[in-house]
Design a protein around this ligand. Structure first.
Ligand code: NAD
Ligand code: UFG
Length: 331
């Protein structure tokens, strides 16, 4: 029995691939490579001495996708494929709707047709919008702050409103907080395309000399040190949550937050990075970034209680592994 990973060549999908290889769990990767290349999967193949079945397909291409469902005995699907740049989604809302929502619709049609037993969807904490209370639990009201966020809400609704997912499939919607870090001493990690928007990829660009300093977007928030707070989760903890979700065959839909449950400010991240990697991170305080929320961190009680999942990595592990990966990239 085989698990289909859509978007499996990307950051989180390639780490999922690493974990599935560790567990000798059969899987096939489908990705159109719009935001990735096969380099991470190739590294894994070399490391594990095993071929990863890979097909360059767009999930909207139903006939090609059908050949994948026909060819492999797929019994579970983890749906990572999607465009994820918030700013880009503001400029290209149609592209985002078409790729993310229509793409998911096409996939869902096949998931139902092929009677898939387990389905996991990559959602995001962005569906909660500006937090009304903290920590955020799964019952927190939803509010999109960007077309990307609206895509995630729309896809969740497509799943929730579909009787197949409610009665015939073990369905999990995982709302990720801020995934960072890398696998196995930096063997694979996140390869940002263009100038990174996210904190860790930009910070790595600074310590590796691509950018002169980190821009800290605002130090006048009502937080302990004035900089915004997020819930950074090690990508290997995140993909482990998927493995646990895959092993739970209870029919119906469950929604889980996947976050560390601890808020870390931008300044705390910088300090943790400097301490564990013994390297200075030059930074400058800049005005606030438009659209940023002050604090966002998860109540992760549900996934702990129901799936027995617990994050194993702390912020120092995250900073250490991310740096190791960026050092590998330079070689
Ligand atoms: P990523 O861009 O590295 O990976 C997504 C992959 O999907 C890419 O390899 C891309 O080429 C592929 N893809 C995009 N559209 C496709 C299509 N139509 N058909 C086939 N492949 C397609 O992103 P990631 O960080 O690995 O994110 C994976 C999922 O997790 C996404 O759905 C994203 O929205 C979600 N998510 C990510 C974060 C984060 O901060 N990384 C946070 C919350 C949720
Ligand atoms: N930040 C900086 N400098 C940078 C980049 C980021 O100070 O160069 C700050 C931001 O202001 C924010 C924090 O670092 O306070 C984290 O920013 P990220 O861009 O890394 O993460 P966000 O929480 O803003 O965004 C992430 C995902 C989005 C998703 C959102 C909500 O990247 O896709 O979480 O779930 F929509």
């Amino acid at each position: 029995m085989t698990t289909l990973l859509t978007g499996g060549a990307g950051f989180i999908g390639s780490h999922m691939s690493a974990l599935l290889l560790e567990y000798e769990h059969d899987f096939v990767v489908v990705d159109n490579l719009t935001n990735s290349d096969v380099s991470q999967l190739k590294k894994l193949e070399k490391f594990f001495k095993k071929k990863i079945p890979f097909h360059k397909i767009d999930i909207r291409d139903k006939s090609s996708m059908k050949t994948i469902f026909d060819r492999y005995e797929i019994d579970s699907v983890i749906h990572f494929a999607g465009l994820k740049a918030v700013n880009e989604s503001v400029n290209e809302p149609k592209l985002y709707h078409d790729n993310n929502v229509v793409g998911s619709e096409c996939l869902i049609e096949l998931v139902c047709k092929y009677n898939i037993k387990n389905f996991i969807f990559s959602s995001s904490a962005t569906v909660y919008g500006e937090p009304v209370y903290l920590p955020i639990d799964e019952d927190h009201p939803l509010k999109a702050m960007s077309p990307y966020g609206q895509n995630k809400i729309d896809i969740e609704k497509l799943i929730i409103d579909n009787p197949f997912f409610n009665t015939r499939c073990a369905t999990k919607i995982l709302r990720y907080f801020n995934p960072v870090g890398a696998y196995n001493n930096g063997l694979i990690g996140e390869i940002p395309r263009g100038i990174p928007n996210n904190l860790m990829p930009y910070l790595l660009g600074v310590v590796n000399g691509t950018y002169p300093y980190l821009q800290v977007f605002g130090d006048d928030y009502k937080t302990n040190d004035g900089t915004p707070i997020r819930d950074y989760i090690h990508v290997m903890d995140l993909v482990e949550a998927h493995l646990m979700a895959l092993q739970d065959n209870k029919l119906g839909i469950d929604i889980y937050n996947v976050g560390n449950g601890k808020g870390v400010s931008v300044m705390e991240m910088i300090k943790a990075f400097e301490k564990v990697n013994k390297i200075e991170v030059p930074y400058k305080i800049m005005p606030r970034r438009e659209g940023d929320v002050e604090s966002c961190y998860a109540n992760n009680k549900k996934i702990g209680e129901v799936l027995n999942w617990k994050a194993k990595h702390n912020i120092s592990d995250i900073c250490k592994d991310a740096y190791l990966f960026s050092q590998q990239l330079k070689k």
